[in-house]
Design a binder for this molecule. Sequence first.
Ligand code: ZN
Length: 312
Amino acid sequence: MQRMPKRSGILGMDIGGTRFRIGFVGQDGILSHYREERTQEYFKEGEDIFSVFAELFQTYKREFSEEIEILALSVGLPSTIDRSRKVILQTPNIPLFPDNFAFTDQMQEKIGLPVFINRDVNNLLLYDMEQLGISEESSVSAIYFGTGVGNAVFLNGRILLGKNGVASELGHLPVLLNEKKCSCGNVGCLETIVSGIALQALQKEKFPNIRIDDIFVEEKDDPEVDLFVRNMAKVIATEENLFDPDYILLGGGLPMMSGFPKERLEKYAHEFTRKPYPEQNMEIVYAKMDQKNGVLGACLYGKKRLEDSSYL
Ligand SMILES: [Zn+2]
């Protein structure tokens, strides 16, 4: 039997605080050889990060060497990353990652292939836009309400990076009269009030007998749960008032929870957004959530980097 030609493409990794995911996307745009692992089983105290990545890469490459040819490695991280996309600045949710961690040059040397890194939410936004058919001419502000509040902005055909590469950290906007300590080390950040972690704290304190997954099914009319949704709407209005984008793209686990009052969230978002514009033309769209999207986004980003050396 004749051997099938190898598919060439990008190996994507999506590293999260709890899980990490690996997959391959060929030139055909199709994801294959996808797997999911527990982050803490690999990225343990005392391990050398380069060795962990190199081992993961080599094992994967060996296992599928008959079927795929890897052209580059693209990694999405829950981190702030420098403007040149070479240094991982801060990763609060994965203790093994040190601050100011120069990653790509040494990693490239280790595996002999181009290595790209990006904030996970930037990768997600690229993929979500493609999946929703939003053209790159459009401006998009994405808000991912998950464990924290992820944010990414697409403007003038590119992801907004900022002077230091750390633009669009909506979750770490200091909000008035808030003295709660944030995982980033500061006090008063928005995501200490509006996030999965904050919702969990509310559930523990006020609804200990209701599963967190059922909180919107059972208690969406409770004043405190309603206030939580109103606060989410204020976050959306903040972003809308700042950027007046073509689209506000919402994703993350919170808006996808069963019983989550999307209509109410949108009604409140309109209430808090400046009149008459951008309020009248605000267009809210929802990401099609899937665990694989982070890997797909990482591969899409890797493809763009390979095709255009000036793309960051
Ligand atoms: Zn913070």
